[in-house]
Design a binder for this molecule. Sequence first.
Ligand SMILES: *Cc1c(COP(=O)(O)O)cnc(C)c1O
Length: 349
Amino acid sequence: MVHPLKIPHSRPTLSEDEAKAVVHVIGSGHIAQGDIVKQFENAVAEFIGVKYAAAVSSGTAALHLSLLALGIGPGHEVIIPSFVCTALLNAVNYTGAMPILADIDHLTYNLDPDDVAHKIGSKTRAIIVPHLFGMAADLERLCNMKIPVIEDCAQSIGGRYRGKQMGSFGDLGVLSFYATKVITTGEGGMVGSNSKEIIDKIKNFRDYDNRKDYQIRYNYKMTNIQAAMGMVQLSKLNDFIHKRLKIAERYSNAFLNCGLKIPKMHRDHIFYRYVIETNKDIPQQIIALEKKGVDCSRPVYKPLHHYLKTGGFPNTDKAYEKALSIPIYPSLSEIEINQVIRSFQRIFN
Ligand SMILES: *Cc1c(COP(=O)(O)O)cnc(C)c1O
């Protein structure tokens, strides 16, 4: 019997190029925050189409400093979706503001503008708008509520909305370069904005040393080593997205008769995640697929309102019950893609 490969749910796509860039920085002796970080900030700002950017140590740090740069703290409220990772909840709680959860639109898994409008009150100071799985949220409505918008592009760098890069619509746009994100620096993050004032504030907060005054600051810096990796990854981003779309197309064609709800190819989705829906029990399907060597998982580990033990998020509950995320990344080989497809056809046909 031929043993199937073990295909991880996610994996970074790295090569000799990143290794060489990192070795070069180490050889230079300037390994902490420096010129390469500035280069990476400029390159990302140009790519997204915003004037300024500040690199930080993670997506979570980027969210935290974005909230601080907007002057958010105790007594304020910030609207976030329930169907998302706890990084957003943490970032709001770091500031002492009150997180207010909103439900999603079940078609896009992104914030439901009607529910957001309903949750806005006199204390609301920001809406964090993730573009989950690489697909744009309803920016037209969400950016027109007279409340500052932080676009969370941790899963969607390179994705577009009406022809323009996501991350260029909100007052700020946040990126993550964690190992398994669209492009990676191991750990890392970035904030982009057209406001020099906002980016200056973020640069002030991320670095504590050699300051004339004292105020609470953080050590949220990115290193030149990370930025060198980031420059290489950014140069490959368009190719990465092209590969993701090709794999998504293969899956969608292969799964047509499997009785699954397959994602629509629309709104310049970059397929950070390929998420299907099934009426079968998700934990059981995860075990069945694992036996065939395919590591799948729920696309959101647990909705935030489950942690907070509150209710009133019917679309989030539905998505959580039905959604399953399948391996999709540029380094997925032909053999692995075929194994994923065969396993799904066996289990779901
Ligand atoms: C990964 C992620 C974050 C947090 O980024 P880290 O770099 O892991 O801190 C925030 N928001 C979304 C939507 C993410 O996917």
